[in-house]
Design a protein around this ligand. Structure first.
Ligand code: AMP
Ligand code: ZN
Length: 117
């Protein structure tokens, strides 16, 4: 656990979350500010700052996060129409919480991935 990390506090049960899926090493809970009808965050329980750090430090755990994201999509009924999995990384990537998390979003057409420049 990393001190003052919001998502470590959710893992520890110190901050409540609407958990939709849990494995030994991962936790998935609804985003507090959903950007789509379904918006779930999937995290490793262990603290890693971002997806690049996770991939280097523990690639097997990175695979578990991806598998958990796919399972969340299945449980949330997103497979028929498709969905999006997003890892924001660093400042330009718009990352606000520095405990790696996959956003699983869907439930409606999501539009283009990015606005044209
Ligand atoms: P990012 O910008 O990729 O770091 O995403 C952080 C996400 O965490 C945002 O979509 C927030 O809405 C979400 N978030 C912040 N606090 C909480 C919380 N206590 N429970 C659930 N989601 C949260
Ligand atoms: Zn953390």
């Amino acid at each position: 656990m990393s001190a003052d990390c919001l998502f470590c506090k959710i893992v520890a049960g110190e901050i409540p979350a609407d958990v939709v899926h849990e494995t030994g090493a991962t936790l998935a809970f609804r985003d507090i500010g959903p950007k789509a009808p379904v918006h779930v965050l999937v995290i490793p329980k262990a603290h890693h700052a971002d997806v690049a750090a996770l991939a280097v430090t523990d690639p097997a755990l990175a695979g578990e996060v991806l598998a958990a994201a796919a399972e969340v999509a299945r449980k949330e009924g997103l497979l028929a129409h498709g969905y999006r999995t997003i890892f924001n990384t660093g400042g330009y990537g718009g990352q606000e919480v520095f405990h790696v998390h996959a956003h699983v979003v869907g439930g409606a057409p999501l539009g283009p991935m990015l606005s044209p420049r």
